[in-house]
Design a protein around this ligand. Sequence first.
Ligand SMILES: Nc1ncnc2c1ncn2[C@@H]1O[C@H](COP(=O)(O)OP(=O)(O)OP(=O)(O)O)[C@@H](O)[C@H]1O
Length: 494
Amino acid sequence: MTDVLAVRYGDDWIHGINFKEKQLTTSPTSPTVCPTNFILHYAVHGPKNKWSHHSVTMSHTDPRQVASWVKTIRNYLMGKKILLFVNPFGGKKKGLKIWEKDVQPLMTIAGIETKMLVTERVNHIRDILLSTDLTDFHAVVCIGGDGTLAEVINGLVLRTSRDRQIDPNNPEANLPTPRLPIGVIPSGSTDTVAYSLHGTTDVQTAAIHIIFGDSAGLDISSVHNDHTLLRLYASMLSYGYLGDVIRDSEKFRWMGPQRYDYSGFKKILGNKGYEGEIQLLSDPCHPATSTRCTKNCTRCLQHMHNSNSEKEISRWMTVRGKFFMVNGANLACGCARSPMGFSPHCHIGDGCVDVILVRHTSLFNNIRMLLRLSSKQKTLDKCNTWFVYELILSVCLPQYDLPFVEVYRAREFTFRALPTMHMHSDREINNRYMSSNLSVWNCDGESTLPTSEHIHETSSGTSSRPDMFLLMASSRSICSPISFKGLIDDTFGL
Ligand SMILES: Nc1ncnc2c1ncn2[C@@H]1O[C@H](COP(=O)(O)OP(=O)(O)OP(=O)(O)O)[C@@H](O)[C@H]1O
Protein backbone atom coordinates (compact mmCIF):
# COMPACT_ATOMS: atom_id res chain seq x y z
CA MET A 1 0.00 0.00 0.00
CA THR A 2 2.84 2.44 0.69
CA ASP A 3 3.74 2.48 -2.99
CA VAL A 4 0.21 3.08 -4.28
CA LEU A 5 -0.31 6.36 -6.10
CA ALA A 6 -4.02 6.22 -6.97
CA VAL A 7 -7.00 3.99 -7.60
CA ARG A 8 -9.70 4.50 -10.21
CA TYR A 9 -12.78 2.55 -11.24
CA GLY A 10 -12.05 0.85 -14.52
CA ASP A 11 -14.53 2.81 -16.51
CA ASP A 12 -13.62 6.18 -15.10
CA TRP A 13 -11.91 8.36 -17.65
CA ILE A 14 -9.10 10.59 -16.43
CA HIS A 15 -7.06 12.98 -18.47
CA GLY A 16 -3.56 11.68 -19.14
CA ILE A 17 -4.39 7.95 -19.26
CA ASN A 18 -3.74 6.54 -22.71
CA PHE A 19 -6.46 5.04 -24.82
CA LYS A 20 -5.05 1.54 -24.56
CA GLU A 21 -5.58 1.56 -20.83
CA LYS A 22 -9.10 2.81 -21.27
CA GLN A 23 -9.87 -0.10 -23.58
CA LEU A 24 -8.86 -2.57 -20.89
CA THR A 25 -11.52 -1.29 -18.54
CA THR A 26 -14.62 -2.99 -19.81
CA SER A 27 -17.54 -3.28 -17.46
CA PRO A 28 -20.68 -5.23 -18.29
CA THR A 29 -22.91 -2.92 -16.31
CA SER A 30 -23.21 0.82 -15.72
CA PRO A 31 -19.79 2.11 -14.63
CA THR A 32 -21.12 4.41 -11.98
CA VAL A 33 -23.37 1.87 -10.32
CA CYS A 34 -21.72 -1.47 -10.82
CA PRO A 35 -18.03 -1.33 -11.52
CA THR A 36 -16.51 -4.76 -11.88
CA ASN A 37 -12.90 -3.68 -12.18
CA PHE A 38 -10.56 -0.99 -11.02
CA ILE A 39 -7.14 0.36 -12.00
CA LEU A 40 -4.46 0.52 -9.37
CA HIS A 41 -1.66 3.01 -10.04
CA TYR A 42 1.53 2.32 -8.16
CA ALA A 43 5.24 3.14 -8.17
CA VAL A 44 8.09 0.69 -8.59
CA HIS A 45 11.56 1.27 -7.17
CA GLY A 46 14.09 0.47 -9.89
CA PRO A 47 17.85 0.66 -10.22
CA LYS A 48 19.79 3.86 -9.51
CA ASN A 49 17.18 5.12 -7.03
CA LYS A 50 14.62 5.68 -9.75
CA TRP A 51 10.91 5.21 -9.23
CA SER A 52 8.51 4.67 -12.11
CA HIS A 53 4.75 4.70 -12.52
CA HIS A 54 2.86 1.48 -13.37
CA SER A 55 -0.77 0.43 -13.35
CA VAL A 56 -2.69 -2.80 -13.17
CA THR A 57 -6.35 -3.50 -13.81
CA MET A 58 -8.07 -5.76 -11.29
CA SER A 59 -11.45 -7.38 -11.79
CA HIS A 60 -14.02 -9.15 -9.65
CA THR A 61 -17.42 -10.45 -10.60
CA ASP A 62 -19.00 -8.92 -7.50
CA PRO A 63 -19.27 -5.12 -7.92
CA ARG A 64 -19.71 -4.67 -4.16
CA GLN A 65 -16.34 -6.25 -3.56
CA VAL A 66 -14.76 -3.90 -6.12
CA ALA A 67 -16.42 -0.87 -4.53
CA SER A 68 -15.22 -1.95 -1.09
CA TRP A 69 -11.61 -2.31 -2.25
CA VAL A 70 -11.65 1.06 -3.99
CA LYS A 71 -13.15 2.74 -0.92
CA THR A 72 -10.55 1.22 1.40
CA ILE A 73 -7.65 2.29 -0.82
CA ARG A 74 -9.08 5.79 -1.29
CA ASN A 75 -9.36 6.22 2.46
CA TYR A 76 -5.68 5.57 2.66
CA LEU A 77 -4.82 8.05 -0.10
CA MET A 78 -5.77 11.51 1.07
CA GLY A 79 -6.45 14.18 -1.54
CA LYS A 80 -3.95 17.04 -1.65
CA LYS A 81 -3.71 20.49 -3.12
CA ILE A 82 -0.31 21.86 -4.03
CA LEU A 83 1.05 25.17 -5.20
CA LEU A 84 3.54 24.47 -7.98
CA PHE A 85 5.98 26.91 -9.57
CA VAL A 86 7.59 26.24 -12.94
CA ASN A 87 10.80 28.08 -13.81
CA PRO A 88 10.91 28.13 -17.64
CA PHE A 89 14.31 29.78 -17.62
CA GLY A 90 16.69 27.55 -15.59
CA GLY A 91 18.91 24.73 -16.84
CA LYS A 92 18.13 23.74 -20.41
CA LYS A 93 14.87 25.73 -20.30
CA LYS A 94 12.81 22.54 -20.17
CA GLY A 95 10.72 23.41 -17.10
CA LEU A 96 7.43 23.82 -18.93
CA LYS A 97 7.97 20.70 -21.03
CA ILE A 98 8.68 18.69 -17.88
CA TRP A 99 5.48 20.00 -16.33
CA GLU A 100 3.34 19.13 -19.36
CA LYS A 101 4.90 15.81 -20.25
CA ASP A 102 5.95 14.26 -16.94
CA VAL A 103 4.46 16.01 -13.95
CA GLN A 104 0.93 17.10 -14.82
CA PRO A 105 -0.21 13.62 -16.01
CA LEU A 106 1.07 12.01 -12.81
CA MET A 107 -0.59 14.64 -10.61
CA THR A 108 -3.87 14.09 -12.45
CA ILE A 109 -3.66 10.33 -12.00
CA ALA A 110 -2.92 10.77 -8.30
CA GLY A 111 -5.87 13.16 -7.93
CA ILE A 112 -3.65 15.97 -6.68
CA GLU A 113 -5.14 19.38 -7.32
CA THR A 114 -2.36 21.61 -8.60
CA LYS A 115 -2.26 25.36 -8.89
CA MET A 116 0.55 25.93 -11.38
CA LEU A 117 2.31 29.27 -11.83
CA VAL A 118 5.07 30.04 -14.32
CA THR A 119 7.79 32.30 -12.94
CA GLU A 120 8.45 35.49 -14.87
CA ARG A 121 11.46 36.97 -13.14
CA VAL A 122 13.96 36.65 -10.32
CA ASN A 123 12.28 36.67 -6.89
CA HIS A 124 8.84 36.14 -8.41
CA ILE A 125 8.30 33.03 -6.27
CA ARG A 126 9.32 34.83 -3.10
CA ASP A 127 6.92 37.70 -3.82
CA ILE A 128 4.02 35.33 -4.53
CA LEU A 129 4.67 33.36 -1.35
CA LEU A 130 4.67 36.58 0.65
CA SER A 131 1.31 37.69 -0.70
CA THR A 132 -0.79 34.57 -1.49
CA ASP A 133 -3.31 32.93 0.82
CA LEU A 134 -1.68 29.55 1.51
CA THR A 135 -4.37 28.16 3.80
CA ASP A 136 -5.74 25.56 1.38
CA PHE A 137 -2.42 24.15 0.23
CA HIS A 138 -0.72 21.01 1.54
CA ALA A 139 2.70 21.62 -0.04
CA VAL A 140 4.71 23.99 -2.22
CA VAL A 141 6.58 22.42 -5.10
CA CYS A 142 8.87 23.85 -7.75
CA ILE A 143 10.12 22.64 -11.10
CA GLY A 144 13.55 24.23 -11.36
CA GLY A 145 17.13 24.10 -10.13
CA ASP A 146 18.75 24.90 -6.81
CA GLY A 147 18.17 28.63 -7.28
CA THR A 148 14.45 28.12 -7.79
CA LEU A 149 14.22 25.91 -4.72
CA ALA A 150 16.11 28.53 -2.73
CA GLU A 151 13.48 31.09 -3.72
CA VAL A 152 10.74 28.82 -2.40
CA ILE A 153 12.62 28.30 0.87
CA ASN A 154 13.37 32.00 1.30
CA GLY A 155 9.79 32.98 0.46
CA LEU A 156 8.15 30.45 2.76
CA VAL A 157 10.42 31.17 5.71
CA LEU A 158 9.99 34.93 5.35
CA ARG A 159 6.24 34.46 5.11
CA THR A 160 6.14 32.22 8.19
CA SER A 161 8.37 34.65 10.12
CA ARG A 162 6.05 37.51 9.25
CA ASP A 163 2.94 35.51 10.21
CA ARG A 164 4.51 34.61 13.56
CA GLN A 165 5.95 38.09 14.11
CA ILE A 166 9.55 36.89 14.21
CA ASP A 167 12.20 39.33 12.99
CA PRO A 168 14.26 37.36 10.41
CA ASN A 169 17.00 39.99 10.51
CA ASN A 170 17.83 39.17 14.11
CA PRO A 171 20.74 36.69 13.91
CA GLU A 172 19.83 35.33 17.34
CA ALA A 173 16.21 34.59 16.43
CA ASN A 174 15.18 31.04 15.71
CA LEU A 175 13.61 31.15 12.30
CA PRO A 176 10.37 29.17 12.13
CA THR A 177 9.80 25.94 10.26
CA PRO A 178 7.09 26.55 7.66
CA ARG A 179 3.91 24.51 8.00
CA LEU A 180 4.01 23.47 4.35
CA PRO A 181 6.51 20.87 3.14
CA ILE A 182 8.54 21.71 0.08
CA GLY A 183 9.14 19.51 -2.94
CA VAL A 184 11.52 19.94 -5.84
CA ILE A 185 11.35 18.50 -9.35
CA PRO A 186 14.75 19.05 -10.96
CA SER A 187 15.08 21.03 -14.18
CA GLY A 188 18.10 23.20 -13.37
CA SER A 189 21.76 22.96 -14.24
CA THR A 190 23.18 21.19 -11.19
CA ASP A 191 20.16 20.19 -9.06
CA THR A 192 22.27 19.22 -6.07
CA VAL A 193 19.43 19.35 -3.56
CA ALA A 194 17.14 17.14 -5.65
CA TYR A 195 20.01 14.72 -6.18
CA SER A 196 20.92 14.66 -2.51
CA LEU A 197 17.30 14.05 -1.50
CA HIS A 198 16.31 11.51 -4.12
CA GLY A 199 19.64 10.01 -5.15
CA THR A 200 18.84 10.88 -8.77
CA THR A 201 17.73 13.82 -10.87
CA ASP A 202 15.07 11.73 -12.56
CA VAL A 203 11.93 13.83 -12.95
CA GLN A 204 9.37 11.04 -12.55
CA THR A 205 11.09 9.92 -9.34
CA ALA A 206 10.83 13.42 -7.87
CA ALA A 207 7.14 13.69 -8.81
CA ILE A 208 6.44 10.27 -7.25
CA HIS A 209 8.15 11.31 -3.99
CA ILE A 210 5.90 14.35 -3.90
CA ILE A 211 2.80 12.22 -4.46
CA PHE A 212 3.93 9.85 -1.71
CA GLY A 213 4.14 12.90 0.53
CA ASP A 214 7.10 11.60 2.51
CA SER A 215 9.26 14.22 4.14
CA ALA A 216 12.62 14.57 5.84
CA GLY A 217 14.26 17.24 7.94
CA LEU A 218 16.77 19.37 6.07
CA ASP A 219 19.14 21.94 7.55
CA ILE A 220 18.77 25.37 6.06
CA SER A 221 21.45 27.95 6.78
CA SER A 222 20.81 31.63 7.20
CA VAL A 223 23.35 34.20 6.02
CA HIS A 224 23.45 37.47 7.93
CA ASN A 225 25.45 40.62 7.42
CA ASP A 226 25.30 42.90 10.46
CA HIS A 227 21.62 42.86 11.35
CA THR A 228 20.26 41.93 7.95
CA LEU A 229 19.22 38.50 6.76
CA LEU A 230 20.80 38.24 3.33
CA ARG A 231 19.63 34.81 2.30
CA LEU A 232 18.81 31.27 3.35
CA TYR A 233 20.50 28.45 1.55
CA ALA A 234 19.90 24.72 1.28
CA SER A 235 23.00 23.35 -0.42
CA MET A 236 26.15 25.46 -0.47
CA LEU A 237 27.56 28.91 0.18
CA SER A 238 30.85 29.53 -1.54
CA TYR A 239 33.33 32.38 -1.83
CA GLY A 240 36.32 32.64 -4.15
CA TYR A 241 36.64 30.44 -7.17
CA LEU A 242 33.02 29.26 -7.23
CA GLY A 243 31.84 32.83 -6.69
CA ASP A 244 33.92 33.94 -9.68
CA VAL A 245 32.51 31.11 -11.79
CA ILE A 246 28.90 31.91 -10.97
CA ARG A 247 29.42 35.62 -11.65
CA ASP A 248 31.15 35.00 -14.95
CA SER A 249 28.92 32.15 -16.14
CA GLU A 250 25.75 34.23 -15.85
CA LYS A 251 26.95 36.18 -18.91
CA PHE A 252 26.97 32.93 -20.88
CA ARG A 253 23.61 31.51 -19.77
CA TRP A 254 22.73 31.06 -23.45
CA MET A 255 25.22 28.15 -23.45
CA GLY A 256 23.02 26.27 -20.96
CA PRO A 257 24.72 24.22 -18.24
CA GLN A 258 27.92 24.15 -20.31
CA ARG A 259 28.52 27.76 -19.28
CA TYR A 260 30.01 26.35 -16.07
CA ASP A 261 32.67 24.49 -18.05
CA TYR A 262 33.65 27.61 -19.93
CA SER A 263 33.75 29.97 -16.96
CA GLY A 264 35.25 27.31 -14.73
CA PHE A 265 38.20 26.97 -17.06
CA LYS A 266 38.72 30.73 -17.40
CA LYS A 267 38.54 31.35 -13.69
CA ILE A 268 40.87 28.59 -12.61
CA LEU A 269 43.58 30.03 -14.79
CA GLY A 270 43.03 33.55 -13.51
CA ASN A 271 42.68 32.68 -9.84
CA LYS A 272 45.04 34.63 -7.63
CA GLY A 273 43.54 33.63 -4.32
CA TYR A 274 41.52 35.60 -1.81
CA GLU A 275 42.63 36.78 1.59
CA GLY A 276 40.14 36.14 4.32
CA GLU A 277 39.45 35.21 7.90
CA ILE A 278 37.02 32.53 8.98
CA GLN A 279 35.75 32.19 12.51
CA LEU A 280 33.86 29.03 13.17
CA LEU A 281 32.08 27.36 16.04
CA SER A 282 33.71 24.02 15.55
CA ASP A 283 31.82 20.82 16.30
CA PRO A 284 33.84 18.04 17.98
CA CYS A 285 32.84 15.62 15.21
CA HIS A 286 35.29 16.02 12.35
CA PRO A 287 33.96 15.23 8.87
CA ALA A 288 36.87 12.85 8.24
CA THR A 289 35.82 10.62 11.14
CA SER A 290 32.11 11.13 10.70
CA THR A 291 29.64 8.49 9.60
CA ARG A 292 27.78 8.92 6.33
CA CYS A 293 24.27 10.34 6.59
CA THR A 294 21.79 7.53 6.00
CA LYS A 295 18.07 7.01 6.18
CA ASN A 296 17.02 7.40 9.85
CA CYS A 297 20.49 8.77 10.58
CA THR A 298 21.31 8.61 14.30
CA ARG A 299 23.27 11.86 14.27
CA CYS A 300 20.44 13.80 12.65
CA LEU A 301 17.81 12.23 14.92
CA GLN A 302 19.91 13.07 17.99
CA HIS A 303 20.18 16.68 16.86
CA MET A 304 16.46 16.91 16.32
CA HIS A 305 15.81 15.86 19.92
CA ASN A 306 18.72 17.49 21.70
CA SER A 307 20.18 20.41 19.77
CA ASN A 308 21.15 22.71 22.65
CA SER A 309 23.49 20.45 24.62
CA GLU A 310 25.65 19.87 21.52
CA LYS A 311 26.42 23.57 21.30
CA GLU A 312 28.02 23.59 24.73
CA ILE A 313 30.85 21.34 23.61
CA SER A 314 31.60 23.33 20.47
CA ARG A 315 34.42 25.90 20.49
CA TRP A 316 35.27 28.97 18.44
CA MET A 317 38.37 28.95 16.29
CA THR A 318 39.89 31.27 13.70
CA VAL A 319 41.53 30.43 10.38
CA ARG A 320 43.25 33.10 8.28
CA GLY A 321 44.99 32.97 4.96
CA LYS A 322 44.77 33.16 1.22
CA PHE A 323 42.17 30.85 -0.21
CA PHE A 324 41.30 29.42 -3.56
CA MET A 325 37.79 29.05 -2.21
CA VAL A 326 35.85 28.97 1.05
CA ASN A 327 32.76 26.78 1.21
CA GLY A 328 29.99 25.97 3.64
CA ALA A 329 28.12 22.80 2.63
CA ASN A 330 24.73 21.89 4.10
CA LEU A 331 24.47 18.66 2.15
CA ALA A 332 26.82 16.21 0.52
CA CYS A 333 26.08 18.30 -2.61
CA GLY A 334 26.12 15.30 -4.89
CA CYS A 335 25.04 15.51 -8.47
CA ALA A 336 24.81 13.12 -11.37
CA ARG A 337 28.49 13.50 -12.24
CA SER A 338 29.74 13.57 -8.66
CA PRO A 339 27.59 11.02 -6.85
CA MET A 340 29.68 11.13 -3.67
CA GLY A 341 29.25 14.87 -3.54
CA PHE A 342 31.40 17.79 -2.62
CA SER A 343 31.18 17.03 1.08
CA PRO A 344 30.47 13.30 1.25
CA HIS A 345 30.17 13.05 5.04
CA CYS A 346 27.89 16.03 5.49
CA HIS A 347 24.66 15.30 7.40
CA ILE A 348 21.45 16.83 6.15
CA GLY A 349 19.78 17.46 9.51
CA ASP A 350 22.46 17.67 12.22
CA GLY A 351 22.47 21.46 12.56
CA CYS A 352 26.01 21.66 11.21
CA VAL A 353 27.63 22.92 8.06
CA ASP A 354 30.84 21.38 6.70
CA VAL A 355 33.32 24.17 6.10
CA ILE A 356 35.74 23.25 3.33
CA LEU A 357 38.68 25.60 2.92
CA VAL A 358 40.88 25.22 -0.13
CA ARG A 359 44.05 27.26 0.28
CA HIS A 360 45.51 29.19 -2.62
CA THR A 361 47.98 27.02 -4.45
CA SER A 362 50.15 27.45 -7.50
CA LEU A 363 48.83 27.69 -11.03
CA PHE A 364 50.64 24.42 -11.59
CA ASN A 365 48.46 22.77 -8.96
CA ASN A 366 45.36 24.29 -10.50
CA ILE A 367 46.34 23.00 -13.93
CA ARG A 368 47.13 19.61 -12.45
CA MET A 369 43.62 19.54 -11.09
CA LEU A 370 42.30 20.53 -14.50
CA LEU A 371 44.21 17.74 -16.19
CA ARG A 372 42.85 15.28 -13.69
CA LEU A 373 39.44 16.60 -14.55
CA SER A 374 40.06 16.38 -18.27
CA SER A 375 41.05 12.76 -18.08
CA LYS A 376 37.83 12.06 -16.20
CA GLN A 377 35.85 13.82 -18.86
CA LYS A 378 37.23 11.58 -21.55
CA THR A 379 35.32 8.76 -19.99
CA LEU A 380 32.13 10.76 -19.97
CA ASP A 381 29.73 10.64 -22.83
CA LYS A 382 28.36 13.78 -24.39
CA CYS A 383 27.44 15.38 -21.06
CA ASN A 384 30.38 17.31 -19.71
CA THR A 385 28.46 20.01 -17.91
CA TRP A 386 29.65 19.23 -14.43
CA PHE A 387 32.95 20.95 -14.68
CA VAL A 388 32.71 22.81 -11.42
CA TYR A 389 31.58 19.93 -9.28
CA GLU A 390 33.96 17.54 -10.95
CA LEU A 391 36.67 20.02 -10.28
CA ILE A 392 35.83 20.39 -6.64
CA LEU A 393 35.58 16.68 -6.32
CA SER A 394 38.99 16.28 -7.85
CA VAL A 395 40.28 18.58 -5.15
CA CYS A 396 38.39 17.12 -2.25
CA LEU A 397 38.00 13.45 -2.98
CA PRO A 398 41.36 12.38 -1.66
CA GLN A 399 39.70 14.63 0.85
CA TYR A 400 41.36 15.31 4.02
CA ASP A 401 44.96 14.49 3.22
CA LEU A 402 45.65 17.11 0.56
CA PRO A 403 47.86 19.74 2.22
CA PHE A 404 45.88 22.67 0.85
CA VAL A 405 42.40 21.39 1.85
CA GLU A 406 41.08 21.86 5.39
CA VAL A 407 37.70 20.60 6.50
CA TYR A 408 35.79 21.52 9.65
CA ARG A 409 32.32 20.80 10.91
CA ALA A 410 30.78 23.99 12.27
CA ARG A 411 27.58 25.07 13.98
CA GLU A 412 28.11 28.61 12.79
CA PHE A 413 30.79 30.48 10.87
CA THR A 414 31.65 34.00 9.89
CA PHE A 415 33.80 35.10 7.00
CA ARG A 416 35.59 38.41 6.55
CA ALA A 417 37.30 39.24 3.29
CA LEU A 418 40.65 40.89 3.84
CA PRO A 419 42.22 43.29 1.38
CA THR A 420 45.36 42.13 -0.38
CA MET A 421 48.63 43.95 0.28
CA HIS A 422 50.65 44.78 -2.79
CA MET A 423 54.44 44.86 -3.05
CA HIS A 424 55.80 47.86 -4.90
CA SER A 425 59.27 46.47 -5.16
CA ASP A 426 61.06 43.40 -3.92
CA ARG A 427 61.95 45.07 -0.63
CA GLU A 428 59.15 47.48 -0.03
CA ILE A 429 55.72 46.55 1.16
CA ASN A 430 53.14 49.22 0.66
CA ASN A 431 50.97 49.21 3.72
CA ARG A 432 48.18 51.00 1.94
CA TYR A 433 45.67 48.65 0.53
CA MET A 434 46.06 49.48 -3.13
CA SER A 435 43.28 47.22 -4.24
CA SER A 436 41.29 44.42 -2.83
CA ASN A 437 41.14 41.12 -4.57
CA LEU A 438 37.57 40.30 -3.75
CA SER A 439 35.18 37.67 -5.00
CA VAL A 440 31.39 37.34 -4.75
CA TRP A 441 29.25 34.78 -2.95
CA ASN A 442 27.82 31.80 -4.71
CA CYS A 443 24.70 30.94 -2.74
CA ASP A 444 22.84 27.83 -3.91
CA GLY A 445 24.27 28.40 -7.37
CA GLU A 446 23.23 32.05 -7.63
CA SER A 447 25.17 35.26 -7.07
CA THR A 448 22.27 36.89 -5.29
CA LEU A 449 24.10 38.06 -2.17
CA PRO A 450 25.53 41.57 -1.99
CA THR A 451 29.09 41.69 -3.28
CA SER A 452 31.88 41.08 -0.86
CA GLU A 453 32.98 44.68 -1.38
CA HIS A 454 29.89 45.68 0.51
CA ILE A 455 30.53 43.10 3.16
CA HIS A 456 34.06 44.33 3.50
CA GLU A 457 33.12 48.00 3.65
CA THR A 458 30.85 47.34 6.57
CA SER A 459 33.82 45.40 7.95
CA SER A 460 31.50 43.00 9.63
CA GLY A 461 31.98 39.95 7.54
CA THR A 462 29.13 37.65 6.77
CA SER A 463 27.95 34.86 9.00
CA SER A 464 26.22 31.60 8.27
CA ARG A 465 24.32 29.53 10.77
CA PRO A 466 22.80 26.20 9.86
CA ASP A 467 20.92 25.22 12.97
CA MET A 468 18.01 27.53 12.62
CA PHE A 469 15.39 24.96 11.86
CA LEU A 470 14.53 21.89 9.94
CA LEU A 471 12.62 22.16 6.74
CA MET A 472 10.68 19.32 5.29
CA ALA A 473 11.38 18.12 1.79
CA SER A 474 9.67 15.40 -0.14
CA SER A 475 11.90 12.40 -0.14
CA ARG A 476 11.71 8.67 0.38
CA SER A 477 15.16 7.28 -0.40
CA ILE A 478 16.81 10.09 1.47
CA CYS A 479 20.51 9.98 2.08
CA SER A 480 20.97 6.29 1.82
CA PRO A 481 24.62 5.54 1.17
CA ILE A 482 23.26 3.46 -1.65
CA SER A 483 21.88 6.60 -3.24
CA PHE A 484 25.27 8.14 -3.49
CA LYS A 485 27.23 5.17 -4.56
CA GLY A 486 24.66 4.19 -7.17
CA LEU A 487 24.80 0.52 -6.21
CA ILE A 488 21.95 -1.94 -6.03
CA ASP A 489 19.11 -0.12 -4.36
CA ASP A 490 17.03 -2.93 -3.00
CA THR A 491 19.50 -3.84 -0.28
CA PHE A 492 17.97 -1.37 2.11
CA GLY A 493 14.43 -1.97 0.97
CA LEU A 494 13.92 1.72 0.32
N1 LIG B 1 11.15 33.87 -16.17
C1 LIG B 1 12.36 34.07 -15.64
N2 LIG B 1 13.26 34.83 -16.26
C2 LIG B 1 14.49 35.02 -15.76
N3 LIG B 1 14.93 34.47 -14.60
C3 LIG B 1 14.06 33.67 -13.94
C4 LIG B 1 12.75 33.43 -14.42
N4 LIG B 1 12.13 32.61 -13.55
C5 LIG B 1 13.03 32.35 -12.56
N5 LIG B 1 14.17 32.99 -12.79
C6 LIG B 1 15.43 32.93 -12.01
O1 LIG B 1 16.27 31.97 -12.64
C7 LIG B 1 17.30 31.64 -11.73
C8 LIG B 1 17.97 30.34 -12.09
O2 LIG B 1 17.09 29.29 -11.98
P1 LIG B 1 17.53 27.82 -11.49
O3 LIG B 1 18.36 27.89 -10.30
O4 LIG B 1 16.28 27.03 -11.40
O5 LIG B 1 18.37 27.29 -12.74
P2 LIG B 1 19.93 27.04 -12.88
O6 LIG B 1 20.69 28.17 -12.27
O7 LIG B 1 20.16 26.75 -14.32
O8 LIG B 1 20.11 25.68 -12.08
P3 LIG B 1 21.01 25.32 -10.77
O9 LIG B 1 20.73 26.36 -9.72
O10 LIG B 1 20.53 23.94 -10.36
O11 LIG B 1 22.43 25.33 -11.24
C9 LIG B 1 16.62 31.69 -10.37
O12 LIG B 1 17.40 32.43 -9.49
C10 LIG B 1 15.30 32.41 -10.62
O13 LIG B 1 15.10 33.50 -9.76
